[in-house]
Design a protein around this ligand. Structure first.
Ligand code: GDP
Length: 311
């Protein structure tokens, strides 16, 4: 990436789940940047990237991220790397006069004792769940940094808080992935090897799942139309239990053997329903793909691409 030009949009972390969905859903003068272009934990490399591309707008997706397994193990690493990445990307966006930046948190970083449904205003009112406090505090600092930069330098930095996203090009690691990609992979192996599927936890926790192309479309809209200083939760607001989720994955995979629940593995937080009032007031017209249909599409994609998937 030696060429210097003034691209309209630069997308960091574009090799991930949402990055690929953006590649499918937006077009124009867009630079899709990956780890191969710059190590964003290094200020020098980040500054060189900005100096080369001179982006007008930035969609900042790059992060070290994992499911409950990975977050538990890598709390220090995820805290350090995410703080460095966000510091460098937002600071360079300020220095290189980026006109608008959108960055991403997640509903999993909310206070463990927050009132339900989770509301944008309650992000900082208490500590996050112990299973992901390193990641969560680092991500919360994104919002703090954006607000501070807006206050002192007038930077138009906004943030989104998507719920659990899933879809093609996810990270399918069996131990450290998020629940849906890990489950799809586990179910695929159980089916292929004709053995029992073992699932973590009790199946009781509830989560919201959104097909990643829906988030990509909302991000496109936010980039053009949303400049509110406070973050926006992106979710359908529809909860399903892990037990129901496993049923949908098994049905999409055609798996009909026993399912064993391994209660020695963590359940994590019981629920984290999100308040979608603000999103609904702005985008009452937006329709989310059903989890049933989204899982069916995702399982098809996985079966077609396995073993050439990130895992
Ligand atoms: P969380 O939503 O931030 O808690 O993280 P995950 O996306 O990793 O989802 C965790 C929930 O799914 C917990 O209730 C786990 O017990 C349950 N779960 C069931 N099977 C799996 C699995 O194979 N991987 C993961 N990560 N979670 C699983």
């Amino acid at each position: 990436m030696s060429q210097r030009y003034n691209c309209d949009v630069m997308v960091t972390g574009s090799n991930g789940l949402l990055g690929h969905a953006l590649r499918r859903n937006i077009d124009g003068d867009i630079a899709f940047v990956t780890r191969d272009d710059a190590d964003l934990t290094s200020f020098e490399q980040t500054a060189e990237l900005f100096s080369n591309l001179k982006p007008k707008r930035v969609i900042h997706l790059a992060a070290e991220v994992a499911g409950i397994g990975g977050n538990n193990i890598h709390s220090g690493e995820y805290f350090r790397d995410n703080v460095l990445i966000n510091m460098n990307v937002l600071e360079c966006s300020r220095i290189f006069a980026v006109q608008k930046l959108i960055s991403f948190m997640s509903t999993c970083i909310f206070p463990v004792n927050a009132q339900y449904p989770l509301n944008e205003k309650e992000l900082h009112i208490g500590p996050p769940h112990e299973s992901n406090f390193g990641y969560a505090y680092a991500k919360r600092m994104l919002e703090v940094q954006a607000s501070a930069y807006r206050k002192e330098w007038g930077c138009n930095f906004i943030s989104a808080i998507p719920t659990n996203m899933y879809g093609p090009h996810d990270y399918w690691n069996l131990d450290e992935g998020h629940v849906l990609p890990s489950l799809i992979h586990k179910c695929y192996l159980a089916q292929a090897e004709n053995r029992e599927l073992t699932v973590w936890g009790t199946g009781a926790p509830l989560r919201e799942f959104v097909y990643v192309d829906d988030i990509a479309n909302l991000v496109k809209w936010m980039l053009d139309e949303y400049s509110d200083p406070s973050p926006l939760i992106l979710s359908s607001g529809v909860e399903i239990s892990i037990r129901e989720l496993v049923g949908l994955v098994a049905a999409a995979m055609g798996y009909d053997r026993e399912i064993r629940w391994d209660a020695s593995k963590p359940d994590g937080q019981m629920r984290k329903p999100s308040d979608v009032t603000k999103l609904r007031s702005l985008r009452g017209d937006f329709e989310f793909l059903s989890v049933y249909e989204g899982i069916r599409k995702t399982v098809e994609w996985f079966k077609h691409h396995y073993p050439h998937v990130r895992m």
